[in-house]
Design a protein around this ligand. Sequence first.
Ligand SMILES: Cc1cc2nc3c(=O)[nH]c(=O)nc-3n(C[C@H](O)[C@H](O)[C@H](O)COP(=O)(O)O)c2cc1C
Length: 220
Amino acid sequence: MKILKYLNYIISATLISLFAQMPSHAEGNNSVARQKKILVAYFSQPEDVALDGVDAVSGASLLKKNQQIFGATQYIAQLIGDELGADLYRIEPTRPYPRDHEPLVELASKEKGDGIRPAIQHPIPDLNQYDTVFVGYPIWWYQMPMILHTFLEENDFSGKKIIPFSTHGGSRLSGTVQAIQSLQPNANVETDAFSISRDDVAKNSTEDILVNWLNDISLE
Ligand SMILES: Cc1cc2nc3c(=O)[nH]c(=O)nc-3n(C[C@H](O)[C@H](O)[C@H](O)COP(=O)(O)O)c2cc1C
């Protein structure tokens, strides 16, 4: 009888410890993500526009939220970083872009027309640390800014998961996911990329929409 009681105790204790180790479904992707290293690499080029003192307003591509000023893509990158506890890396050109609309639009058009690969200022963190890299960019002239071509041509994402996200003024993803796939044919590129209009970025609903998307996609 004593032996039976002891056996019963051992079995219950084992089952309890097994259940304790199983991830709860409700925890979703994000708790899994916190155990892995994720990089959020993004380019964002907010233009100089006057923002009034009100919170959560957006000008051309610049927005103010919680008294901080962000570029649209930068804001989404920060939200992803906070949600997943990921590292952030901002892709910046060696020669800074103009902050005024007209010269910026002209320069971007020339870069695209001439197939220029603008040099990147800071080296990317060691990619060996990361299995998953979010890549964020605004749409410029119906495609990724040319500096994203530099970024994707200079680095090898073979065997890694690339998760694109983008902000735009109406063109949505504009074929950019396919462009990333052809630049990194040995990476696993998420096709359910996140895309949001600059007009919606500052809305309160954006964070929930983003977190739902993060929970829906596979991070690996
Ligand atoms: C040079 C330039 C070209 C742009 N071209 C497009 C375009 O072709 N389609 C579009 O939907 N939006 C276009 N936009 C708008 C940006 O995609 C949008 O404002 C984006 O949210 C900017 O993000 P950022 O603040 O992170 O730089 C363009 C903006 C700039 C500055």
